[in-house]
Write a protein that binds this ligand. Sequence first.
Ligand code: AMP
Length: 283
Amino acid sequence: MKMIRTIMELRQTLAAVRSEGRQIGLVPTMGFLHDGHLSLIRRAAEENSLVVVSIFVNPLQFGPQEDYAAYPRDLPRDCSLAESAGADIVFAPEVEEMYPQASLTYVEIAVLGDELCGRSRPGHFRGVCTVVSKLLHIVQPERAYFGRKDAQQLAIIQRMAEDLNFPVQIVPVPICREPDGLAMSSRNSYLSPEERSQARVLFRALRESEQAFAAGERESRVFQARIKELIEQIPGTQIDYIEICATQTLQPVEQIDHQALLALAVRFGRTRLIDNCLLTEEK
Ligand code: AMP
């Protein structure tokens, strides 16, 4: 496996790969890899003859009060994990390589970027769309892989790729969870042992909601009230949102028709975690 730091070297390497007719899969990440990331890499390795994993903590998607500086980083470990999952190239640019001058051009998505996480993280999805656009232009993959863990991000990237005619297939990958149900996340490393144990409530809330949906409940406010009650039993938690919304437009729904996205964002101490599930009749 090759580690590449510059856009020019990556472009040259990929031009040679493309001329051999090989298909390229891209897995964009911010590093500190866990099994969730590795499931994306494995899937990309199954479906493409060359896999590029980007590792870049993108300053543009962090707000001024957020955890950009503290975000966990471990490039040597990431490289060996990525390789073991089937990556051929790790692209790990410095900030100066991706943003050599103050950007004047951004990619911003209307409506979808203002819902859910967009409300408490203004500018976040502008940062995400801008960096993903840059990576798609640099790598020009046939396929790019995104986890359902970040359901809003996935919906946004799918829509952005459609709106801007990116010649790429966006491939969604299921959420990877710890044995007790907590969705894997690089930010789980911030949790104290007590918070880690409390954070199990997210999965419990989702599972109970799926059971209520299967039993016929369709009123969003009933799901929301029950989840709020569960989470508020735990001291030190702060609910950012409990939303039930349409899967593609992310617009809130009062009454679930046959399918909706249930998405949560909750703070445990200073750590903000997100999780979600699909409430669907189609399972
Ligand atoms: P991040 O490094 O957090 O930006 O995540 C990079 C990619 O990995 C995104 O597409 C995420 O949705 C995906 N991802 C992160 N955690 C998980 C998980 N637990 N299961 C599946 N995909 C994940």
